[in-house]
Design a protein around this ligand. Structure first.
Ligand SMILES: [Mg+2]
Length: 164
């Protein structure tokens, strides 16, 4: 077990339902597929992503131990949000649909934020309360740092921290 995995297991054992874990998708539990970037706007693009089983196994482990599992992911447009939900139903079906937060960054419905770095914080804060133990796992370091600056009490980690 890695240090971060031990720490989260400890928090779950002591805080049970107070532990909330927010997982990113692309580059965290779904493959990045950088070579396919030109096709990113095609319908169904996100459905072709490969699940990262090592991470999904860990997500499921924490979930089964009693942590509340959330998805906190960006996309550009609303149709991509739907594709991501289908992908999650296929590969991470243990996650409650109410806990899936997919932010369509280029739609007019998106919340205001000064930058992309702090946008996830604007959404995350609606799902947590003061006594929660909150973890955010994301492969984008500037998003992690931006979220942490906005919500200092949260714990941040990169998906590679879970790979021994
Ligand atoms: Mg990512």
């Amino acid at each position: 077990m890695t240090d971060i995995e031990k720490r989260i297991c400890y928090d779950i054992a002591n805080g049970k339902d107070k532990v909330k874990i927010f997982w990113d998708m692309d580059g965290t539990c779904a493959s990045m597929e950088m070579h396919q970037l030109p096709h990113k706007l095609e319908h169904g693009f996100f459905l072709t992503k490969r699940p990262i089983h090592t991470i999904i196994k860990i997500m499921k482990k924490f979930h089964n131990l009693g942590a509340q599992t959330f998805i906190l992911s960006f996309c550009s447009y609303e149709y991509q949000r739907k594709d991501k939900i289908i992908w999650l139903q296929q590969h991470c079906n243990f996650i409650d649909t109410d806990n899936i937060i997919i932010i369509p960054r280029k739609e007019s419905t998106v919340k205001y934020s000064e930058s992309k770095q702090t946008l996830k914080a604007e959404y995350l804060k609606d799902y947590i309360s003061n006594d929660d133990i909150v973890y955010m796992i994301d492969d984008n370091e500037s998003v992690l740092v931006g979220t942490k600056q906005a919500l200092q009490f949260i714990n941040i980690a990169s998906p590679i921290d879970f790979i021994a």
